[in-house]
Write a protein that binds this ligand. Structure first.
Ligand code: 5GP
Length: 145
């Protein structure tokens, strides 16, 4: 078995080599968990989704639990946890998502839609991989709940 050993993709558990000091005591393994987001698993085709659009930077999928007749999620391929985790190297990523959404909605001739980004659990975020909800084809109330 090659070292470091890597678990199957779905488990995403990495067993790191112990340091020299630690290697005298083999109980001192360091476990590093690097759980991939559900959206990264969709991007990597490890779990299925209805994909509406994809390019090198982003993917647009149908939400598994739609809150409107049209409910898409526009997701950057780079795994950024949320809006508050954007950094300077992410410059342009939101523009890219917006243009991809606009193009998809234009293609479908849908003019009225709402875009939502939940940032943080108190704001309703449940998947910590940045995404923009795209809701359309029903009347949407304001303010949101
Ligand atoms: P959030 O609550 O983080 O703003 O939005 C997460 C969204 O992801 C929810 O609307 C939820 O229905 C959707 N979602 C969660 N798991 C999956 C999945 O496995 N596949 C798809 N297509 N959507 C998912």
């Amino acid at each position: 078995m090659s070292w470091p050993w890597r678990a199957p993709q779905s488990a995403q558990l990495q067993l790191a080599r112990p340091s020299q000091q630690q290697s005298s005591n083999l109980h001192n393994f360091t476990f590093i968990t690097s759980l991939k987001s559900i959206f990264s698993q969709i991007i990597d085709r490890e779990i299925p989704a209805n994909i509406i659009f994809e390019d090198d930077t982003c993917i647009i999928i149908e939400d598994i639990s739609p809150q409107a007749p049209i409910h898409y999620l526009a997701i950057p391929k780079r795994e950024i946890k949320g809006i508050s985790d954007l950094s300077d190297t992410d410059d342009g990523i939101i523009d890219h998502l917006m243009i991809a959404i606009k193009n998809e909605m234009s293609k479908k001739r849908i003019k009225d839609y709402r875009l939502v980004i939940n940032n943080g659990s108190e704001a309703g975020q449940t998947v910590f991989h940045l995404h923009i909800h795209v809701l359309a084809n029903r009347t949407l109330g304001w303010p949101p709940g």
